[in-house]
Write a protein that binds this ligand. Structure first.
Ligand code: PLP
Length: 393
């Protein structure tokens, strides 16, 4: 089938809830993708952050192949070694908490919200303070937590018990705390919101506030986690620890898996019967997650993300000196935003024509998040394409 034929079939049978490019991919390897018409693309936004190790990393693929022939899934009233092993890896790489597995970022957020509510329940505390301009997913509670009106439109009534305050404004958070507040929810770097990092003062201030007022600090690391920002988890840039952390996207190297990590003091909140998901922590996806951890450790990919991110930012800054359309370059590691003076939609479309995949968020912010395995020569190739596009738009 060609790109066009595949598109036509989508038109007939798939619910049209995504905006589309008309391109259908049929194969991927590292930072490269091939479409159904045989064109080759350089991918600087692989799977919206899912393919952190690039497409079809051979170690992840062989772990999945081996696991598929052994055991795919067992129900969660039984144990299996891979869930236990992956929980151990996540816990030891972060703050020593306990892990709950689910299947997506939104579900990880749902779990964190339910955990906070059950934790605060006896004292009548259930409110969550979230940030304006945030993004936490599309289930009803996650979308309510998301601090952007455009994602709320048409879904009223939303879930009770959420308020939104400006990001990086500690006084606003302090002012929003009520007797019913249970938790504060924040992305260490707002991704969909345009690559805005929390300031060190804000993160440290939130930690202190949570300690003083006995609130849970929930960090959403769905996009920033697993080495992306040059630390295994982004909070590690800030010298603080959350009470709860959410993960998904690149945790499975391409397969659907989400996780919530909760401090051990919360170990008796989500007891049997309170929360569950049938697929959560299945053998196949946790085995894939174990392979991801292994590849990151052996390839020193966290340090590599920091190094490659510096290279990428330096090259972009040089470009900013030449093209006035570039307003600002932001981000940490390989999570980079390029704020433009005008909307970036056409630039993304033109890059795609020239076989480079990037993203634009918040109208004017180009989002560049290459695989942690990207090489400097691949970065050069992609940036040459971007520069060529900036020169004519
Ligand atoms: C920070 C953050 N949280 C949550 C989500 C939702 O994840 P999912 O799309 O897997 O439900 C996303 C998705 O982009 C995200 O960036």
């Amino acid at each position: 089938m060609t790109n066009k034929q595949i598109r036509q079939k989508y038109g007939k049978y798939v619910l049209p809830n995504y905006s589309k490019t008309g391109i259908a991919f049929v194969r991927g390897s590292g930072s490269w993708l091939w479409d159904a018409d045989g064109n080759k693309y350089l991918d600087f936004f692989p799977g919206w952050g899912v393919n952190g190790l690039g497409h079809c990393h051979p170690k992840v693929v062989s772990a999945i192949r081996e696991q598929a022939g052994r055991l795919l899934h067992v129900a969660n009233n039984y144990d299996h070694p891979w869930q236990a092993d992956l929980a151990e890896k996540i816990s030891k790489a972060s703050f020593g908490g306990l892990v709950y597995f689910c299947n997506s970022g939104a579900e990880a957020i749902e779990s964190a919200i339910k955990l906070a509510r059950r934790w605060g329940n006896a004292e009548g505390r259930y409110e969550v303070i979230a940030m304006k301009n945030s993004f936490h997913g599309r289930t009803l509670a996650a979308v309510t937590a998301t601090g952007q009106d455009k994602y709320h439109e048409g879904f009223a009534p939303l879930v009770d018990g959420f308020s939104h305050v400006p990001f990086n404004d500690l006084e606003a958070v302090r002012g929003a705390i009520t007797a019913k507040t249970a938790a504060i929810l924040v992305e260490p770097i707002q991704g969909e919101g345009g690559i805005h990092a929390a300031t060190p003062e804000f993160m440290k201030g939130l930690r202190n506030l949570c300690d003083q007022r006995r609130l849970l600090l929930i960090l959403d690391e769905v996009q920033t986690g697993m080495g992306r920002t040059g630390k295994m988890f982004c909070y590690q840039h800030y010298g603080i620890q959350p009470d709860v952390m959410t993960l998904a996207k690149s945790l499975g190297g391409g397969v659907p898996i989400g996780a919530m990590v909760a401090d051990r003091k919360l170990n008796n909140v989500l007891v049997p019967g309170t929360h569950a998901t049938t697929f959560g922590g299945g053998a196949l996806v946790t085995r894939a997650g174990l392979a991801v951890f292994d590849v990151i450790r052996k390839g020193k990919l966290v340090q590599r993300a920091a190094r490659m991110g510096d290279y990428l930012k330096k090259r972009l800054e040089r470009m900013a000196g030449k093209y006035l359309v570039i307003h600002e370059i932001r981000g940490k590691g390989l999570m980079v935003g390029v704020e433009l003076a005008h909307p970036g939609k056409e630039i993304v479309a033109e890059c795609l024509k020239r076989k480079l995949l990037i993203n634009c968020t918040q109208e004017k912010v180009l989002r560049i998040m290459p695989a942690l395995t990207v090489t400097s020569s691949e970065l050069d190739q992609g940036l040459e394409i971007l520069e060529g596009v900036l020169a004519v738009t």
